[in-house]
Design a protein around this ligand. Sequence first.
Ligand SMILES: C[S@@+](CC[C@H](N)C(=O)[O-])C[C@H]1O[C@@H](n2cnc3c(N)ncnc32)[C@H](O)[C@@H]1O
Length: 173
Amino acid sequence: MTTAKRFNTKENTDPTTRPALIVEYAPPYAIYLPQRGLVLEVASGSGEHCVHFARAAGPELVFQPSDPDAEARASIDAWIAEAGLPNVRPALALDAAADSWPIGRADAVVCINMIHISPWASAVGLVRGAARVLPSGGFMYLYGPYRREGRHTAPSNEAFDRDFLALGLTVFP
Ligand SMILES: C[S@@+](CC[C@H](N)C(=O)[O-])C[C@H]1O[C@@H](n2cnc3c(N)ncnc32)[C@H](O)[C@@H]1O
């Protein structure tokens, strides 16, 4: 039987290590999330994170995954169907860079591993869009291989950065 399900990275396809890697994301994220309401995830990719967080959160916190890529949305929906969770909505087609988003409001916005691999307009659009959908004082969680105080936080991030530079790619204009 074929499935649209994808895994967030090639390295993460080993089922014995994948859950542990995903769990690493949970603690910093969960601390800031509201107890209930709607969490919009931008750039959900495979959909694994969203399903993982929705399972951990419980039914009062509803997750809205999204991705502009149709194959990613198919994967997200396949993960959701398999999980059978009541608190995850079907994936939306959402381009962070767009001037309008197909969702009017959210209590929190989460975006993992997008702004470093997409055009700068996506990062700017993400902040603008989050400002449109979040309430005053609303919360946005960004995760990625960012430097802190000018330093990489892991050797793998440093190697990733070097690969980008070797390809002649620049993340920032
Ligand atoms: C490296 S993947 C990360 C996926 C997932 N969040 C994860 O951590 O596994 C980057 C994702 O960003 C999405 N993406 C790229 N440009 C985007 C944009 N302008 N708006 C929203 N998502 C975008 C891609 O379709 C892809 O699914």
